[in-house]
Design a binder for this molecule. Sequence first.
Ligand SMILES: *[C@@H]1O[C@H](CO)[C@@H](O)[C@H](O)[C@H]1NC(C)=O
Ligand SMILES: *[C@@H]1O[C@H](CO)[C@@H](O)[C@H](O)[C@H]1NC(C)=O
Ligand SMILES: *[C@@H]1O[C@H](CO)[C@@H](O)[C@H](O)[C@H]1NC(C)=O
Ligand SMILES: *[C@@H]1O[C@H](CO)[C@@H](O)[C@H](O)[C@H]1NC(C)=O
Length: 437
Amino acid sequence: MANSYFKHLITLSLLFFFISPTFSQQSFRPKALVLQVTKDSATTLQYIAQINQRTPLVPLNLIVDLGGQFLWVDCENKYISSTYRPARCRSAQCSLAKANGCGDCFSAPKPGCNNNTCGLIPDNTITHTATSGELAEDVLSIQSTNGFNPGRKVSISHFLFSCAPTFLLKGLASGASGMAGLGRTKIALPSQLASSFSFDRKFAICFSSSDGVVIFGDGPYGLLPNVVLNSDSLTYTPLLINPVSTASAFSQGEPSAEYFIGVKTIKIDEKVVSLNTSLLSIDNNGIGGTKISIVDPYTVLEASIYKAVTDAFNKASIARNISRASSFAPFEFCYKSDSVLGTRLGASVPTIELFLQNENVVWRIFGANSMVNINDDVLCFGFVNGGKNPRTSIVIGGYQLENNLVQFDLAASRLGFSSLLFGRQTTCSNFNSTSTA
Ligand SMILES: *[C@@H]1O[C@H](CO)[C@@H](O)[C@H](O)[C@H]1NC(C)=O
Ligand SMILES: *[C@@H]1O[C@H](CO)[C@@H](O)[C@H](O)[C@H]1NC(C)=O
Ligand SMILES: *[C@@H]1O[C@H](CO)[C@@H](O)[C@H](O)[C@H]1NC(C)=O
Ligand SMILES: *[C@@H]1O[C@H](CO)[C@@H](O)[C@H](O)[C@H]1NC(C)=O
């Protein structure tokens, strides 16, 4: 027994030894990688990345999920690849993925259905549906970048992901075949890519209303015409760990893979909004606090916070002579466009300030991120009511992140944000997509 286990170990390490020259074949090691993203702005408001996987390579549309635990794809429909390998029970891959179970599959072997494999729980975080799926590895190909342009493609020969059945795609943008998780696990894209190429465990997102980029690795990050963002351009706040998973299904003791920050106070037009502050911290059951999510198109506030914030915003709007218009679902507070001036930072409406670890660290939300244009005549306050007792009190959604560069530094456990890039005369659509490969 011990002997065969030992033999297995040797085989494994030999395998790794022979496989690891992935990089030496590619004559350079990328310092950063880029995923170009488009927003499905017509229907689902999801952010979609195209990633190439398998042998031969197949382009897949994957929904980007900031807090997702790993990459999962539909293996049930047309998964053809000569390099697909299921993860054998108790292998190093299973332990890296924290995939403890061991399963068999009672039908003909194929991707997603193999004996003696460990499994994960792929999670559709849009419909909150989860199921089980085998852990596997296959080739993944992605573009490198110098931070300014995309460069040559590089591949990872043993990229870990989870298989899922076709039904899990329900609720995703049409043409999507899975989700790309950027969460805080060892097998989510940021950590797996960083360890494959030995670069910093950092990544940044920069999304506009139509497209954008995810850049894995450190900056500087360049945006046309001449904007270069580096750590001096960002304001940092600690990333907090929620001790209880926020996934649709999980095992006990698992922390959340999502990114939480500590909002302490909210001000609107410089006035403190009075809130039940205990909702702003994460309790021992993992309830409360503030997270960032791009699978939520708009910021979602717990009911009492929503009421306090919208009352304060409406009062401050009236003080600015902005006139109310009828509501427009899902938004309750809408205003007549002709009563609002336009500025470089969007509609001139009350500024929302999220105070983080101290009085000097402030995330300011200006009109471009707070107001949603419904038509020529009406714009609405783009925050929605999350009802009573949600798991997380404040979910900062996609719209409020647009045209802000947000960096997640996993090693230092901190989040950096640029503030609205309109202030620097650029947008998140301005990554120069001309390849220099
Ligand atoms: C798994 O093993 C069982 C029992 O030996 C067998 O009936 C089944 O076909 C196998 N499944 C696969 C996918 O190999
Ligand atoms: C504040 O929120 C906490 C957590 O939900 C709740 O237990 C408490 O009753 C609330 N306090 C008030 C005054 O509403
Ligand atoms: C709002 O309108 C009133 C009456 O027309 C005017 O006196 C006041 O200065 C206006 N306030 C702002 C902030 O424009
Ligand atoms: C984008 O990058 C390419 C390659 O470096 C360069 O030739 C081109 O001028 C850049 N585009 C703009 C608008 O600067």
